[in-house]
Design a protein around this ligand. Structure first.
Ligand SMILES: NC(=O)c1ccc[n+]([C@@H]2O[C@H](COP(=O)([O-])OP(=O)(O)OC[C@H]3O[C@@H](n4cnc5c(N)ncnc54)[C@H](OP(=O)(O)O)[C@@H]3O)[C@@H](O)[C@H]2O)c1
Length: 226
């Protein structure tokens, strides 16, 4: 895959799977817009690794649940690189609680990131994308099965998948393809946080997970070639 001269914007590109995707595409020559919300240290570390991988990074702090911040992020990306080729709605955050403990502010935040933030990202980016552009939405296995404490995030991801199906139809005339990916459990910071909230500690969860896994290993984000 040749990404020379292409610009990729990844929400939540500073950690976890978003970061590893950033590094992989940077190694293929892409300009990478690394969005983050508050962990500036991880964003800076990602920028340094992208430069080492041969890519050109731009870190942009923006909470994707805030429309004005998404608009400013896209504007900053376009000012720096002139165009967008791929936008990846990867950022996620939620309250890992039983549904009966979920309150309106949890719903507002989760849906604000996964639904409103996703649509805002596409809406502001589309005028700067050309024929052949890609919209990628990162869903998750909680969209189609019940997982402890994932009721709210799973509902938001199911809605996100519905948006992807409709965007695929609506954006086709612009030559832009919308696709979703649906990962299973991957060992990242947020997965460890979720695991610990259900069992008391990551170490306890890890022991149980490994006991259930025939290969004795669990998935981690694909590591960058660097
Ligand atoms: N890990 C899994 O097992 C798993 C399974 C299925 C699906 N997924 C999905 O895969 C995606 C990535 O997950 P991950 O585990 O790699 O995540 P992660 O390691 O926890 O990283 C989350 C990223 O999202 C950013 N972020 C959070 N809220 C944000 C907001 N409001 N605005 C902008 N950025 C925000 C974080 O930035 P800051 O650090 O600055 O806050 C960070 O860069 C998510 O959509 C998740 O639902 C993960």
């Amino acid at each position: 895959m040749d990404m020379q001269g292409k610009t990729v914007l990844i929400t939540g590109g500073s950690r976890g799977m978003g970061q590893q995707l950033a590094l992989k595409l940077a190694a293929r020559g892409a300009n990478i817009v690394v969005n983050y919300r508050r962990d500036e240290e991880s964003a800076k570390a990602t920028v340094t690794q992208i430069e080492a991988a041969g890519g050109t990074p731009l870190a942009v702090k923006a909470d994707v649940s805030v429309t004005d911040e998404v608009e400013a992020m896209v504007a900053a990306a376009v000012e720096r690189f002139g165009r967008l080729d791929v936008v990846v709605a990867n950022a996620a955050a939620s309250a890992f609680k039983p549904l009966m403990d979920i309150r309106s502010h949890h719903i507002e935040k989760t849906m604000g990131i996964t639904i409103q933030g996703f649509l805002d990202l596409v809406r502001f980016s589309l005028p700067h994308m050309q024929n052949g552009g890609r919209v990628l939405a990162v869903s998750g296995w909680d969209s189609f099965r019940a997982l402890p404490l994932h009721g709210l995030l799973g509902a938001s991801k199911a809605a996100m998948e519905s948006l992807v199906r409709n965007l695929a139809v609506e954006l086709a005339a612009d030559g832009v393809t919308a696709v979703g990916i649906c990962p299973g459990a991957i060992d990242t910071d947020s997965f460890r946080l979720y695991a610990a909230s259900g069992t008391g500690s990551w170490e306890e969860y890890e022991k149980r997970w490994l006991a259930l896994t025939p290969s004795g290993a669990y998935p981690t984000p694909p590591r960058s070639p660097t």
